[in-house]
Write a protein that binds this ligand. Structure first.
Ligand SMILES: [Mg+2]
Length: 257
């Protein structure tokens, strides 16, 4: 079997700090069937190396960091001359990933060519003030993603979109968005794809199903994250395939051969 399975992380492989049952075994089965696995996560707080380590520790399946794409890497692709240095309003993984990609980063909002906003669990009034003022002064505003929430075992937690909305409201500027379902993320994932069909597995219709539609890939909705029922999916984003969890995918794809 040839082709690529692009995997979301939160709600597909993991839920908060816990694995979704069978996700590690499913990844091993998909790879054994000849499919290439690529992870595409909007989570901007972690480097690919850290994400690889975390997925391995929790699911037992180790995916090389070179097969992991984060929305921060898509931010790097969007930068034009004059957009650097970047002031990250996000957790430290964003600055580390940008630097690894050769992007100049600053901790001084007054020096920023770009303000990049991502999930920030230390989010506070002073950070919004610094980010909005830099944008007022002319810095470009890029959002890692606009996901409203991410799933945890205790229920949805505020996602990057909640922080992006605060900065957008305070600055009066609408950001350019890097992550799924937007073009920069498609362009960042594309070089990693194998020949053949592409299946995009995710739990969030407006992020993952829209990403599949925009890229021309087959959408697979996993009901193990923020979406409990396929009937909850908004019109226009209906998935091609629905699975309860990733563990169901190897058998389903084998049937389609
Ligand atoms: Mg997800």
């Amino acid at each position: 079997m040839t082709g690529t399975v692009v995997l979301d992380v939160d709600g597909v492989l993991l839920l908060g700090g816990e694995p979704i049952a069978g996700s590690g075994e499913a990844m091993a089965e998909l790879e054994a069937a000849g499919l290439r696995l690529v992870v595409a996560t909007n989570n901007a707080t972690r480097t690919p190396a850290y994400a690889s380590e975390r997925i391995a520790r929790l699911t037992g399946y180790r995916l090389d960091p070179s097969r992991i794409v984060t929305s921060t890497m898509a931010i790097g692709r969007m930068l034009r001359p004059g957009d650097e240095p970047v002031y990250p309003m996000a957790e430290p993984g964003m600055a580390e990933t940008l630097r690894d990609g050769g992007v100049a980063v600053t901790g001084d909002p007054a020096a920023a060519g770009t303000v990049a906003v991502g999930l920030d669990r230390s989010f506070d009034y002073d950070r919004v003030t610094a980010a909005a003022r830099a944008i007022h002064r002319g810095a470009r505003f890029i959002a890692s993603n606009t996901d409203a929430t991410f799933p945890t075992p205790q229920g949805p937690a505020p996602g990057a979109g909640a922080m992006v909305a605060a900065v957008a409201t305070a600055s009066g500027v609408t950001p350019d968005v890097a992550g799924k379902p937007h073009r920069p993320m498609i362009e960042t994932v594309a070089p990693l794809l194998a020949d053949g069909p592409v299946w995009m597995v995710g739990d969030r219709p407006e992020t993952d199903m829209a990403f599949a539609v925009a890229a021309g890939w087959t959408s697979v909705l996993a009901l193990s994250g923020v979406t409990a029922r396929a009937s909850d999916v908004p019109a226009g984003l209906e998935p091609a395939l629905v699975i309860d969890r990733l563990a169901d995918l190897p058998a389903l794809l084998a049937q389609l051969r």
